[in-house]
Each structure stands twice: as structure tokens, then as C-alpha cells.
Design a protein around this ligand. Structure first.
Ligand SMILES: Cc1cc2nc3c(=O)[nH]c(=O)nc-3n(C[C@H](O)[C@H](O)[C@H](O)COP(=O)(O)O)c2cc1C
Length: 172
């Protein structure tokens, strides 16, 4: 809604570098025809979990609030990851999940990534690495250093994919 989760996605993709081919998609246009090796699925935490139409409308109100320095992206996200995960997704090797959420203990904030991971596991996909949260302050602005952390994670995820590709090559 405000660009935090998108910016984290871009940083993860940058961290993956040229070693793996990366397709970056917004929730509205995830390619489902040719499954990826690794699905990296991220979402903002809304009301402790994945967004709903009502929470996205609430986010739009936050952005319109003259006191806020938030800008609503695109057309204000007509759909969300909750809706995306209503149909089965495929990924040859597996998935990882991340979210953005407020910088407080998870027990108070909830975590969209926890819900994403649970749903993808239920679809029968393997979790290739533990979920990550990237943190924002009380005004929904990413904390300093979070994009660098996301880039580093992208680098580690590319390592995992490369190792799995090498193992597959040796087997065949
Ligand atoms: C309606 C609404 C509800 C939210 N609820 C939570 C929450 O329960 N826990 C939390 O940690 N953050 C919550 N947040 C903060 C968002 O997770 C944070 O703003 C997020 O980084 C926004 O990402 P985006 O810019 O990709 O939309 C909420 C934000 C909105 C707009």
C-alpha cells in the first residue's frame, strides 16, 4: 500500500544478483503459467495477519490523512496476498515468506509471513528458509538498515538456489 513491501522485494531481488533469474511481480500480476523454482512471497502485516479489503481501505485512509507522510501506491491494491493464496501456487524447489510489520515483539504485532508460510505449506510446497520480517516504525516507515538486510537475505537465498541446482545437475 505504501511501498514498504515492494521496496523490500526489490532489495531481495537486487541481493539475488545475476546468479539466478528473478521475476518481480506485484500481487495483481503474479505469473502462474510457468512455475518458478523458488517463490518469495511477501506482504504487509494488517491486523496481525494478511490484508483484507477493509484493511486496505483503512490504509488508503491513513495515506489520505493530511498529518501522515505516507503515499498510497498504484490504485491502492485492489487485491492482496490473502486472495492470491486462495488458489494453489506451484514452485519447483519451494518457497520463502516475508512480511513488513511494526518494530515490536511479534506477539503484539502478528505476522503476515506466518500466515503466508502456513498456507503455502498446506499447498504442499517446501519451505526453503525461515520467514523474515522487515520492520517499520510507528509511522509505517522502514527502519534504517532494513533494505540492506533484505539485500543480504536475497544473497543468501540465491546461494540456496544455486546449491540446489548444482545438486540436481550432479544427480542427473
Ligand atoms: C490497516 C493497517 C493495519 C495494520 N496492522 C498492523 C499489525 O497488526 N501489525 C503490524 O505490525 N503492523 C501493522 N500495520 C503496519 C503495516 O504492516 C506497515 O505499515 C507495512 O510496512 C506497510 O507495508 P506496505 O507499504 O507494503 O503496504 C498495519 C497497517 C495498516 C495500514
Amino acid at each position: 500500500m505504501f511501498g514498504n513491501t515492494r521496496r523490500v522485494a526489490e532489495a531481495i531481488a537486487a541481493g539475488m544478483g545475476d546468479r539466478v533469474a528473478v521475476v518481480l511481480s506485484s500481487v495483481a500480476d503474479v505469473p502462474t503459467q510457468s512455475p518458478s523454482d523458488l517463490l518469495v512471497v511477501g506482504a504487509p502485516t494488517h491486523a496481525h495477519s494478511l490484508s483484507r479489503p477493509e484493511s486496505r481501505a483503512e490504509a488508503a485512509r491513513w495515506a489520505r490523512d493530511s498529518g501522515s507522510r505516507l503515499t498510497l501506491e498504484g490504485e491502492g491494491a485492489a487485491t492482496g496476498v490473502r486472495e492470491l493464496l486462495e488458489v494453489d501456487l506451484a514452485a519447483r524447489l519451494g518457497y520463502v515468506a516475508y512480511d513488513t510489520r511494526v518494530d515490536m515483539p511479534k506477539i503484539f504485532t502478528g505476522s503476515a509471513a506466518t500466515t503466508i508460510a502456513k498456507r503455502l505449506r498446506k499447498m504442499g510446497l517446501s519451505e526453503l528458509a525461515g520467514s523474515k520480517s522487515f520492520l517499520v516504525d510507528k509511522d509505517s516507515r522502514l527502519l534504517a538498515g532494513e533494505l540492506e538486510r533484505a539485500e543480504q537475505w536475497g544473497n543468501e537465498l540465491a546461494d540456496v538456489v544455486v546449491v540446489l541446482h548444482d545438486a540436481e545437475r550432479q544427480e542427473s
